[in-house]
Structures are given as C-alpha cells and as structure tokens.
Design a protein around this ligand. Structure first.
Ligand code: EPU
Length: 422
C-alpha cells in the first residue's frame, strides 16, 4: 500500500519580515531533460543536486516503465541504469501525469530508431501542441504516424540538417538537440531556446561525448557522433525556485540570502525587482536581497529567455496585489495561465484581465481565504500572496506545488514565514 503523502493543503498566516538563508535546489526543468537524455546510451549515470520533487519521481517512473532502473542513492543523488533492450515507449498514464515526458521522443528515436509516445493533452496554460517538436525531428529524417492517442516516430538513421524553429520553444529545442547528437553529419538549430537549462543539457551531452556548440545562444550547432557514454553530472540551480523566494520577500519584507542562486540566470527578474524597490546584492555563491514594507508597481511582459520567463508571471501578479500603484502584466508565451487570478481576487486582490493582459491595482493588504492551486507556479504564487494577507489562507491541491518545489513549506518556514501543511 502506498504511504500517505503530505496533507494536500498549505496553511499560510500573515508573515514578515523574513530573515535568514535558504539553499536553492537543482532545477526541475533541467533534471527532467537530463534524465530523458539517459535514453541515449546504455550504462550507469549519476546525477547530483537532484531535487526531491514529484516530477522527478514521475520521470523516474517513466524510465522504469521502459526497463531502466532509477534510484536515490544519497541525498540529492540519483543513479540511473540504462540496460540493453529497453522498450522505447512512453505510456499515456505517465505522459498525462507530466507533459514534459514528451522529451524522451528525440533521444529514444536517435538511439533506437523508433519511439512511441502518448500525445499529451492541453492543460491550464491552454492548448500545448507539439508540432514544432515533430517538425524538427521530421527534418532530421523521422517519419511519424499516429493512432489511438499515440505518435510513433521511426527513422533508420537520422541525418543532420538545418532546423529553423518558428518560435524558440524549450521542449522542441531539447528534442531536436537530443536527436541530433546521434545523427549523421551536422545539424544547426536556429531560433533555438536560450534557457540556462538548455545550456546545462548541452554540457551533459558534451560530457557524454556529443559535440554541441552554441547552446545558450539562438544558434546551436551539433556534429553528430556514432555513440555516447554515460556520465556523472551536477544539475544547475533552479532560477524559478530562487525567484519564488524573492517574491516571498517582496510581499513580506525583510532580508534573505539565497545560497547557490545564479544571478546571471535571472538578470531580467532581478532588474525588475530592483525597479520595484528591492535591494539586490550578487555574491559569488548566491544572492542577498532586502525589501522594505511595500514594493512599487511595475509593468511586466513575458518573453522567451533572456526575457522575463512566463514562469515568473504569477509571482509578479502576487507581488503587485499589495504593491504601491498599478501594474500591467502581459503574457506572451501561453494563451491560458490566468486561472490563479480568480483565486487572488477571492483574497481581495484588485485585478482585471483582458485578453493576455492583467491590470493589477495594489491594495494595502489582501484577506486570507480558502483558494486552490491549479499548477506548480500558480500554487506557489498563492502561498506567496498569502504572506501579505490578513488572517489565514488555505491553499488546497498543494500537491501541484510538490511537483516542482523541494521542501517548499519547510524552506519558507525556515525564513520565518508562518506556513504549515494541514
Ligand atoms: N509550442 C507550440 N508548438 C510546439 C511547442 C511549443 O506551439 O511544438 C508553443 C507552446 O504552446 C507555448 C510556447 O510554444 O505557447 C512555448 O512553449 P515551450 O515549448 O517553450 O514550453 P515547454 O517546453 O512546454 C517549458 C517549461 C515550462 C516553461 C516553458 C517556458 C519544462 C518541463 N517546462 O515548457 O515550465 O513555462 O518552457 O517556455 O521545461 C514549469 O516549470 O512550471 C513550467 C511550466
């Protein structure tokens, strides 16, 4: 019988000023792709700085369903064994639990010449097509068929080519990159996504013996190699987790230190926080930040990296609900991703949405209420907003937060916030 998980509500009381330090975990959006990349070569891999989050468990379940062994061998350490003869298939039950499962498509196809993956559905962000993933792989020589909710890609051998992405999609860049490393000849991916997690994936692949140049820029060049080998790797720190604690500081005030946070991965976010009145000091191994009573409102607009990440948007909305003035938040990446705004309104926030814009008028204080987390970042943002509310807020469906945050409640409580599971 499975052990019961933590209670699915997070209770938050008025908090602040915050103080002390918190250590930033490894990045969810990197480790999931590194785990997928282990499909590229048989053998034993060791990943370090792996966050203990349910999305990692989900990817481990997916790899295990194919025949791999994945085990936590020490705190923060994951050992993955890719034996001969795995089944290159991702079943619906697992893809449905986590859309990011789609990134096994490229590496499975490259290594096994065949991959069968359930089609992910839409989610709270709106429709989430995979046409760009598919087009990139087709350009490398894959042939796709689809039936019964699955797509199947086959290719006797992939051949290097030029891929121009219509939009710098993170997932499409990663699938093309992981397929191209074993293709014959040279592949150039233009208009590639530039996220630090893509640079981390390229570093991992190069350590395995791949020849990838330019990751982190808009043009990635890949010289295909015949075979790759397993390696050990330490996952890059999670810039979105770091951003979440800074948002908590923005709402509750105080002075905190983020140990391990990489300021160079969140330049635009730090620039905006500075504009809002937060004091930021970049240190060799982290960031120290100071916030007074009330931030100033700003306008923000999400864009592909190095622009302001769409993942930060809920944190800005949360901060703006109690900031001084009016801020306009514009979403340019996903068509949905506004549902948590109704929850903030239930807490007394003054927010008007129109199309992909939200106009947020700062109030002196929100009012604690029962609210629901609809996705990872929206859930974390509700907890953040609740730090600045009168009375208690109960955030239900908090298991969404556990998908992407390690010890979220414990870490916030460690900074002096009044948060607990209940
Ligand atoms: N898109 C297409 N066709 C495609 C692929 C993407 O139209 O084939 C569109 C999407 O619908 C969306 C836009 O392109 O409108 C950007 O999507 P992208 O592919 O860049 O996103 P993703 O790879 O699905 C990753 C992160 C998200 C993060 C986005 C930011 C992972 C596991 N997920 O998603 O993170 O918001 O990039 O672009 O890396 C999270 O951590 O909570 C999270 C959702």
């Amino acid at each position: 019988m499975p052990l019961p998980g933590p209670p699915d509500r997070i209770l938050v009381g008025p908090s602040g000023p915050l103080g002390g330090q918190v250590t930033i975990s490894g990045a969810k959006n990197s480790v999931l792709k590194l785990m997928a990349a282990t499909c590229l070569a048989e053998g034993t891999y060791v990943l370090r700085n792996v966050p203990d989050i349910t999305d990692v468990t989900c990817m481990a379940d997916l790899l295990a369903s194919m025949g791999m062994t994945v085990a936590r061998t020490a705190p923060g350490e994951l050992t993955l064994v890719h034996p001969p003869g795995i089944v290159p298939e991702a079943p619906y039950e697992l893809v449905e639990r986590m859309r990011a499962s789609i990134v096994v498509l490229g590496p499975l196809l490259a290594r096994y010449g065949r991959a069968r993956v359930a089609l992910p559905g839409g989610d709270d962000f709106g429709p989430r097509p995979i046409d760009m993933h598919q087009r990139g792989l087709e350009q490398l020589g894959a042939v796709f068929t689809s039936a019964h909710g699955y797509i199947e890609a086959t290719a006797e051998h992939l051949v290097g080519t030029s891929i121009l992405l219509e939009f710098p999609s993170v997932g499409a860049t990663e699938n093309a990159l992981m397929a191209a490393v074993l293709a014959r000849g040279t592949t150039v991916i233009d208009n590639a996504a530039r996220e630090p997690e893509i640079a981390d994936l390229a570093a991992f692949l190069n350590r395995m013996g791949a020849r990838v140049a330019g990751a982190g820029s808009s043009t990635i060049t890949i010289e295909g190699v015949d075979a790759l080998a397993p390696v050990e790797h330490t996952v890059v720190p999670d810039r979105i987790e770091a951003a979440t604690f800074l948002a908590a500081l923005g709402v509750a005030g105080g002075a905190i230190r983020l140990v391990g946070a990489r300021a160079e991965h969140m330049d635009m976010y730090l620039q905006k926080l500075t504009e809002m009145g937060m004091g930021i000091t970049v240190e060799p191994d982290g960031i120290t930040a100071v916030a007074g009573q009330r931030l100033r409102s700003v306008d923000v607009s999400t864009l592909p990296y190095p622009g302001l990440a769409t993942d930060y948007k809920p944190f800005f909305v949360a901060m703006l609900t109690t900031a001084d003035g009016v801020g306009i938040v514009t979403e340019n990446i996903f068509s949905g991703r506004f549902r948590y705004i109704d929850e903030l309104v239930r807490m007394g926030a003054d927010i008007r949405t129109e199309g992909h814009h939200a106009v947020v008028r700062g109030r002196a204080r929100l009012s604690g209420a029962p609210v629901r987390a609809h996705d990872i970042r929206a859930g974390a943002a509700l907890v953040v907003a609740a730090l600045g509310a009168e009375g208690e807020t109960a955030v239900s469906d908090a298991d969404h937060i556990d998908r992407g945050y390690e010890q979220f409640v414990e870490k916030l409580a460690g900074l002096g916030a009044d948060v607990r599971r209940g």
